[in-house]
Structures are given as structure tokens and as C-alpha cells.
Design a protein. Structure first.
Length: 641
């Protein structure tokens, strides 16, 4: 039945497009558009389409190049079809259709068009999976007992080399997250002892090979640039081919950079070291032969891998990139590149002259089964009510497979009385994932806890300002709040202190409150994750802005941001916290008088005692901070984590 409706949808869209573009052809129906197509509902299908509404981008002629090509309209149109869903299924989609106009200007940010097209594909897959599960559960009356874990926390293979003796592929079903690690245990062997480790992403439609998010090539005999052993790090996509390779040791040591405060290549790699080797000699005595150690000094260059010797290499996900340790020593760092982030990893591939003994992946993102959560009701978000006006909406940036971080937030600062009472609403703003498994787990989580707002695009770092926009819309259109706050899922928020600060400021107009930066410049280094070209921002300085881990704007600012968006006049910028500063600066032209309130207790780079917001906190640290708050009612950091 679903396939029939899907086919009807596609056929109808294509028919309308033909009429729209070629007005000299006779319309195949009386009306030039499909206003509504009513289908008899089947209550066993929770996301069944009831009628079709055409997105705005199909109803408006544009003089500029289309954001979404005609060939992709059928893919995208399903994202914004009106759905008949239950109340619990409606909750995650409260901002969804209000973002429909993103389609019209998707090209304004890098990866925007791809993110929406990919969302159309994975959304259709999610709808199908939800419907299929609903039908299967109803027909077979299946229980959750013995259910397969879709996102395991740990994966391993022993005696891991495949039949061809040279390669292995380990599926990572739900991607990697900060703290995840992949450990490879093996012995470089063969003729040259060189091998490669690739972390690949989800295959893209029409492309023969998936993108390589992180590539390690260990060359024990060197290459065309050197005769010494070297580790080459890189990434690859079909659209951009190979990026700029990073070498360890680097041909120019001055190019060594920091990733998560660790060297891109440890300085000891490639350096000459003195290695003392022991040999055993025999000495005659009256009591027999006694071994005598003789030491010989040998000069050689240090390299972590050696042909014929066992090595244990661990790749660990940090905040900014991937760190490699070998036999417990840090060797290299590789910064994640744009569109190639760790949550997109779907497979580990190992090939070359490596006798692979085992591979282990641990710390993987995994969702908590609601059946096993003893305090489930205490973790569910209080429902919104028009009779209960909100003082504050807190929008939390999160990515689809960051299950553990969201659970940590639910169990800690979302337990403040002001949140549980409904005075403050907290919602996670999460884009879709390229993995169908992750989307299914995310959908179940959203329905269970009622605190996830799904975004109609696939997550890319360059698109986070779309989430800022969504938070503004949620806090002013979905519900009405005096103040709107943005934070991250690795930030601990003292909700009580935030509310106290706002009451002391006593300003509900033109307010932006946070850690204000009034003198910052765009980063022009193309190697930086925060690189901004002159085309993106031609000026030498940014207007004042507040750091992303925790800032608040008053309702009038959030309303004005939403209004500019609807009018098509909102300048999109890929750095979301700077984007809010730019939007506020633009609003001055419309009569806004901004009031910047700086608070140094918002800690953007970790934790300091007395914090109002502490950033970069792991789930374990969040739990510790909450425990310390409950014991002392003070902002005391956790030491030694």
C-alpha cells in the first residue's frame, strides 16, 4: 500500500513540475496544482500520508538558480508532506514544517543542498521502517525480549585476517562519537610491511566507493618523498578526491600543528635514538656456566611500527579529530575535515602487509532500551501547555548518535525543579543521520522521551546555524518563552543560576546574554575547521557575538530572526554563534537596540569552579557535576577525570 502512495506522490510531483515549467502544455488535471489528495487512513501505519501539499519552492518562480534540481524534487517533496500521526509521534516534528523554506535557499551554506536531498532519502527509509515494525508487531504480537542490539557498545574480531590474508572490514553500525576507539593488533609482515587503515562513511547513491573519513597509510620503506618510514594521513571523497596529505614525520617540522592540544606528529617520530641491546655470553666458573650480559649501543630512527614485531595501535575520537597511539604512546593526530565527522563512520577497512590478530571497537554510541530504564517517567519531558507560559526554552545541539550525551543531560541538569515543573523547556535539536539504524533508534528515543526535535536535513557542521534558527522558531512559534537559550549536549547548565541572572538583569528586550566576544576576526587559514573565506565574510572583524556553549536571547530577538527567515532576508553563516551576532547586528537597521550582557562564568573551554555553564563535559563528568551540585548547591568542578 505504501509503495502505491509513494508512486502516486512521485508521479503527481513530476506531472506538476512538467506543467509548471512548460506552460504551453495542456494541464493533465483541471487545477494547475494538487491542493489535497485524501487517502483512506490505515491506523496500523503511524506515518501514512493523508494528503500532499506542495513545498513553496515548487509554487514560486525564481530568477536565480534552483536550490534543488528538478531531478531531485521527488526525493525532497516527501520531507514536508502533511502527516497524520499520533501525539507522541507529532512531538519530534513540531519545528519540521516550519523549516520548509530552507529548501529555497539551501545553497546559501556549504553542503545545504546535499543535506536536504540526503534527508529526503533517509526520511523515506525511516518512514518505511517505522511502518514495517508497526505492522510486524501488530501481526506477530512480538515482544522486545531477545531484541537484537542495533547499536552495540563493543565490537571485536579475533584472528581477524580475512580469507585472502590481506584485508578486513568491520562494520560500525551507528558511527563513532567522542571517546570511541578502534584498536588494531597485528604484525607488519610481507615483502614491505606496509598497510593502511581506513575509516569509511556511508556509501552515497551513485558513487562506487564510500567517502574515506580518516585514512592512515603506514609505509615502512618510505615513498617517493622519503626513504624513511612514514605515516600518511588523509581523507577522500568522490567530489573532492584526496585532500592535502599530512605526514608523520613531516617533511617540514614547522608545519606540525595541534589537534586537541596534541601534536599532529609526535616529535620523537623519525628522530635518532640510542637503543641498548643485550646479548648473552657464557662464562666458565667452578660452579658451571653463568650468563653474562653484554650491552651494545645502536643508533636508529624511532618509528612506532616495525616489520615482524607486534604492534597495538589505537585510534581514539577526540573533540577536534582522531588520535593514534601505538603501544600506549601518542603518535599522530588528524583533524576531522568538513563533512567528514566521526558520527558518519560506518566501517573500518584494513589492508596490506599486516598479519591482523584482532580488532576491537569500544565506547561506541548505543541507545538505552526504555524497557530497562527504571526511572523512565522521571526522564520524560513535561508536555508543553498553552496555559503554562515558559520563562526559558533551552535548545541543545546534538547529533543523532550522541545517545549517551542526551541521557546524561536527562539524568542531570534536566532534573532541576524548574525543568520538571515546566517553567523551563529543554529540547534536543538533532539532524537526521545517513545510517538507517541510527535514525530508527533516534525515532524511538524521540517518541519515548518527548524532548527531541528532528531537523529535516542530514547533520553537517556547516549547517548548525539552521539549528539556531529552529531553536528561535520553537521558542516563539511552537511555544512562547520570555528567553531562548542555545547550548550543546556536552555542556552542563546551572539552570537555577541562569534564571537568577536573567531576573537580576531584568531586561526582556534586545538582550543577548553570555560570554561576549567583541573583538574577534575571521580565521583565514583553509586548514582550520573554522575557516571563513572573504566571500563568506569580507570584513576584517565580526560584530559582537556570544560563545556557543551557552548564550541567551530575549524573545523579541528570536521573533525577529524568524521573521527575517520567512522574508528570505536572513543571512546564513556557518558559525552559528557568530551568525547570531551577525543577525543581531543586522536587526539594528530595523530599530533593535541590543543590550550585550557578558558573563565570565560561562566557561567555553572546560570547567572552572563557580561556572554557570561548563563545556566539554563527558557523560561521566556530567554525572559528577550533578552529584556535587546536589551535595553542595555550588558549582564545583570534577577533578581528575
Amino acid at each position: 500500500m505504501k509503495r502505491f502512495y509513494g508512486g502516486l506522490l512521485v508521479a503527481s510531483m513530476c506531472m506538476f513540475l512538467t506543467v509548471y515549467r512548460y506552460v504551453d502544455l495542456k494541464p493533465p488535471v483541471e487545477k494547475p496544482y494538487i491542493a489535497a489528495s485524501v487517502v483512506t487512513p490505515n491506523t496500523t501505519l503511524p506515518l501514512e500520508w493523508l494528503r500532499i501539499t506542495l513545498p513553496d519552492f515548487m509554487n514560486e518562480a525564481r530568477n536565480t538558480q534552483e536550490a534543488i534540481s528538478g531531478d531531485d524534487i521527488a526525493i525532497v517533496s516527501g520531507l514536508f508532506a502533511v502527516q497524520n500521526v499520533s501525539k507522541e509521534e507529532r512531538e519530534p516534528l513540531l519545528t519540521w514544517n516550519r523549516l520548509e523554506s530552507l529548501v529555497d535557499n539551501a545553497q546559501s551554506l556549504a553542503n545545504g543542498v546535499d543535506a536536504i536531498k540526503e534527508a529526503g532519502i533517509v526520511w523515506e527509509s525511516l518512514v518505511s521502517a517505522v511502518e514495517a515494525k508497526k505492522l510486524a508487531d501488530a501481526n506477530e504480537n512480538r515482544t522486545r525480549e531477545g531484541k537484537e542490539v542495533l547499536c552495540p557498545q563493543f565490537l571485536s574480531k579475533m584472528n581477524a585476517t580475512e580469507d585472502d590474508g590481506s584485508s578486513l572490514k568491520l562494520k560500525i553500525p551507528c558511527g563513532l562519537t567522542q571517546g570511541s576507539s578502534v584498536t588494531v593488533i597485528g604484525i607488519p609482515d610481507g615483502l614491505v610491511g606496509s598497510f593502511r587503515i581506513d575509516l569509511t562513511g556511508q556509501p552515497l547513491p551513485g558513487e562506487p566507493e564510500p567517502p574515506i573519513i580518516v585514512h592512515y597509510n603506514v609505509r615502512l620503506l618510505g615513498d617517493k618523498s622519503t626513504e624513511d618510514p612514514v605515516i600518511v594521513q588523509n581523507s577522500w571523497t568522490a567530489s573532492r578526491d584526496w585532500g592535502v596529505e599530512e605526514r608523520c614525520p613531516n617533511l617540514d617540522p614547522d608545519l606540525n600543528k595541534k589537534v586537541d592540544d596534541l601534536d599532529q606528529c609526535d616529535k620523537v617520530v623519525g628522530r635518532e635514538i640510542n637503543r641498548t641491546s643485550s646479548t648473552s655470553l657464557q662464562s666458565n666458573t667452578s660452579k658451571g656456566m653463568i650468563p653474562v650480559a653484554s650491552e651494545a649501543s645502536k643508533h636508529e630512527r624511532y618509528f612506532p611500527f616495525k616489520q615482524g614485531f607486534l604492534s597495538v595501535a589505537t585510534l581514539r575520537v577526540g573533540t577536534e579529530g582522531m588520535q593514534m597511539t601505538v603501544d600506549g604512546k601518542h603518535i599522530t593526530s588528524f583533524a576531522f575535515r568538513d563533512t567528514l565527522e566521526p558520527w558518519l563512520v560506518s566501517e573500518v577497512r584494513i589492508s596490506g602487509d599486516l598479519k591482523l590478530l584482532s580488532i576491537l571497537a569500544s565506547g561506541l554510541p548505543t541507545s538505552e532500551e526504555s524497557d530497562h530504564v527504571v526511572d523512565l517517567e522521571a526522564l520524560k519531558a513535561p508536555p508543553l501547555s498553552p496555559l503554562r507560559p515558559l520563562d526559558l526554552v533551552i535548545g541543545v545541539f546534538s547529533t543523532a548518535n550522541n545517545f549517551k550525551r542526551r541521557m546524561a543531560v536527562r539524568r542531570t541538569w534536566m532534573q532541576y525543579d524548574d525543568v520538571r515543573s515546566g517553567r523551563v523547556a529543554v529540547r534536543f535539536f538533532v539532524g537526521l543521520h545517513k545510517s538507517p539504524i541510527v535514525n530508527q533508534e533516534l525515532w524511538n528515543e524521540a517518541r519515548t522521551y518527548g524532548d527531541v526535535q528532528l531537523m529535516p536535513f542530514v547533520d553537517y557542521y556547516s549547517l548548525i546555524s539552521w539549528k539556531t534558527l529552529a531553536i528561535c522558531i520553537f521558542g516563539t512559534e511552537v511555544d512562547s518563552a520570555k528567553f531562548i537559550m542555545k547550548t550543546d549536549d556536552d555542556a552542563f547548565v546551572r539552570v537555577d543560576e541562569v534564571l537568577l541572572s536573567l531576573s537580576m538583569i531584568n531586561n526582556t528586550r534586545g538582550l543577548i546574554y553570555g560570554l561576549i566576544n567583541s573583538d574577534s576576526q575571521p580565521i583565514r587559514n583553509p586548514e582550520s575547521k573554522w575557516y571563513i573565506s572573504y566571500e563568506e565574510w569580507p570584513e576584517e572583524k565580526y560584530p559582537p557575538w556570544a560563545h556557543g556553549p551557552g548564550y541567551i536571547v530575549s524573545r523579541d530577538i528570536a521573533e525577529s530572526v524568524g521573521k527575517l527567515f520567512k522574508e528570505g532576508n536572513l543571512k546564513m553563516f556557518k558559525l552559528e554563534d557568530v551568525a547570531m551576532g551577525i543577525w543581531i547586528s543586522d536587526l539594528k537597521k530595523h530599530g533593535l537596540e541590543p543590550h550585550y550582557e557578558n558573563d565570565g562564568r560561562i566557561i567555553s573551554d572546560g570547567c572552572k569552579d563557580g561556572y554557570v555553564v561548563a563545556h566539554y563535559q563527558s557523560p561521566a563528568e556530567m554525572t559528577c557535576l550533578w552529584r556535587k551540585y546536589q551535595e553542595t548547591k555550588r558549582s564545583i568542578c570534577c577533578r581528575g577525570w
